[in-house]
Design a binder for this molecule. Sequence first.
Ligand code: NI
Length: 250
Amino acid sequence: MMIDTHCHLDIDDYKNVEEVIKHMDGNIMIASGCNLETSKRVIELVNKYDNIYGTIGIHPSEVQDMNEEALNYIFENAKNSKIVGIGEIGLDYHYGKEDRDLQIEYFLKQIELAKKLNKVIVIHSRDAQEDTLEILKNNLGGLKAVLHCYGYSYEASKEFKKLGVKFGIGGVLTFKNGVKLKEVVEKNDLDDFVLETDSPYLAPEPFRGQKNEPYNVLYVAKEIAKIKNMTLEEVLENTTKTAINLFDLK
Ligand code: NI
């Protein structure tokens, strides 16, 4: 069994999303929401397919259009037993820091919401390592968290690891220029990782540049096996176990 712990299966992403889901052949997917529209989509999916779980939340790039009502929607709908986390939430300073304060405000508010519901937080963090680390240090409490599509250094991973944070490893690992991430995988324990695709983005080699789909999580697993000198079975078994524990999948 394999689990794609982070993918997007929005209406506009695929010509035929049914086919993409079928291709997973009963393996598990965790679909992720980024705003109200995509979170609603996630609810539809988890209610329709046994092998799809979901996380809902407001992505840092979407905070401009949000309000208390939106947060309330997330809170009420995250009570669904197949919604296994709040996310993706976090900080993204890639395009500038103009709305930094608002991003932080929504990150903190959604962390609190996750605490009330006892759900995992799925964190998107780009070009915001220090603020993310600081916020988690001060606010995580006993909450479980995963840094989705981990993109920081090995040194940084040691700091996050102290907080019990897991790392979502995706297609970038297979890229020739994915050197930094290869080091993260090589030097940390297999137990620190869960697999993800972030479909439809970031397709692994040999599909780089094409539309990604959850089945390609297999190629991420193969690359981890290669780097850590393990069998594919070991990697799939271990990351599946980690994901089941992290998200408390039934
Ligand atoms: Ni994503």
